[in-house]
Design a protein around this ligand. Sequence first.
Ligand SMILES: *Cc1c(COP(=O)(O)O)cnc(C)c1O
Length: 537
Amino acid sequence: MRYRSTRGQSSGLTFENAVLQGLAPDGGLYIPSEIPKVPFSKIAEWSNLKFTDLAYQVLRLFIDVNEIPNDDLKTIIEKSYSTFDDKDITPLNKLPNVTNDQLYVLELFHGPTFAFKDVALQFLGNLFEYFLIRKNKDKKQDEKQDGITVLGATSGDTGGAAIYGLRGKKNISVFILHPKGRVSNIQESQMTSVLDPNVFNVSVEGTFDDCQETVKALFSDAEFKNKYQLGAINSINWARILAQTVYYFYSYFTLLKKLNVAVNADTKPETLPKIQFVVPSGNFGDILAGYYAVRMGLPADRLCIATNENDILYRFMQTGSYEKKKVGPNEPEVKQTLSPAMDILISSNFERLIWYLVRGDGRVESTTATAADDEKASATIAEWMQQLKTSGGFTAPAEVLERAHTLFDSFNVTDEKTTETIGRYYHCKSSSYVLDPHTAVGVAAAEKMHAKNPVYTICLSTAHPGKFPEAVLPAINNYSGEKIASKEVVYEEIAPKALVNLLGRPKKCIDVKTDGGKKEIALKQVRLVIEETMKGF
Ligand SMILES: *Cc1c(COP(=O)(O)O)cnc(C)c1O
């Protein structure tokens, strides 16, 4: 398997190079040269595998054996998911019957930082380590070792998951920038309480965008990038998408088991109960993994993109126009909502889906597209992405939107609805379930999706509610409908012990002052922090 850029200027990369580079030099994202198609008789053989064995089967198709031998890949996978606190890794739970009894949540938050990003970043961290150990294997003791400096910016969840994925790893240093005072208390504690000598939190006076721009500027400085071997962990990294495809297969089979439906090599997929997925989306990485799963052969009925009020994806699905939200002159472009991990202006991974749609693929691959169509698609994508940059948007022709509609639906959800949904599921009399605000966006969309297409519906649950008490506690305590108890719910009741214990732990963080948010000072200071710190390595 080789990898190519969506924008057409680089191709033929190995898995290792695609993962280590992250972003392609032409600004595009890496995609596999083809998507392996697995016949259902073969997929059916996966139905009784445990999570890690299933992961091995799926990942093997995208990583050549001569790049990572079978046993090594198995070891990397086992190690990555040994840090999860549930034997199913991603358990599936039935939601209380509030509107109907076909809704399920796929809990993706059983990793070390209680967010779905752990599923991918635990794996990515171990991959980085594996590649480095191999590069350094034949080096003499006094020879300089190959290393990676991972540099990223976070508005909350990514930073923690990246730090937990990379802490303590040999020859890897991690610098995570966050905007000072603008990430939640819990998220800040989660990152800064990691004291491993290879982890450096940098709190920057300014906004998340300032942090992001600083990171981009350092990555585009070729000399700096080479000197420190900068590595990226953001959600455009192919390994992250790949790791996330696994739980679509896994949860599909888990649900069939719960429904007592047996699957074997002779099963015709069209005779099985229909199952659709709803995904709380931001950068489009999570749901894109679902698209790859379907293209591989997973017989999912529909994929539904749930957005909050930052709804560029929802608007695209309505109109075919992909446009940054137009807001008033004094309003910030990104609206701050109760589901901050989904507060985005544009969704970077959408570029990958659009490439397939332009090429002629929808739910299934085009039967007529040729290599020339691949190149044409890349040229179109490069042009649209340029338009997005210069004029804030682009419009896809009708047939592209139609192809999207062969598989995808979308709904947007307001903060008010998010809050109401958390309250309603908590105060359900038959059984109570605590939703985090991101999952609540998904569940609110899932209710609409189920009304439109009444089949079994799996909503991906992307964070533990204990990570977002500022949204969850008021939603429960100030619920306007009938309550199950009058007593006020407190943080300790909804949070796992590991999160409660975080607050008050010793912290390690480097403060960067920017004279009130000046970008050029931020860049200069962060560069200096990295240079000074790396002298010791
Ligand atoms: C990152 C994140 C999302 C959005 O996922 P994408 O892959 O960016 O679409 C949703 N919910 C939570 C809690 C997240 O951390």
